[in-house]
Ligand binder design. Sequence first.
Ligand SMILES: O=C(O)C[C@H]1C=CC(=O)O1
Length: 96
Amino acid sequence: MLFHVEMDVRIPYSLSAEEVDALKQAERVRAMELQRSGAWRHLWRVAGRYANVSIFDVSGPPELHDILSRLPLFPFMEIRVTPLCRHPSSIRDDDQ
Ligand SMILES: O=C(O)C[C@H]1C=CC(=O)O1
């Protein structure tokens, strides 16, 4: 099942530079793992914002919630999830 996910990152100024660097590095490692596994199908930076637009391909809402809530930056992100289904006019074979 495909989900459009928007993540806005809001890291508090109270964290030290070292804590922020460690969080970003851990997030990067996990994001790359999930992309290689196929669960995080697309990841784009939103131009001009510390935000991304992503497509996840998972079994359903429980798996998506499990993945998102374990991301290192989860406590510092505002996340919006939109479930997707195939458009009848789509010409792509991998849209489902
Ligand atoms: O930078 C972000 O958009 C937040 C998060 C998502 C992937 C990643 O590496 O960090």
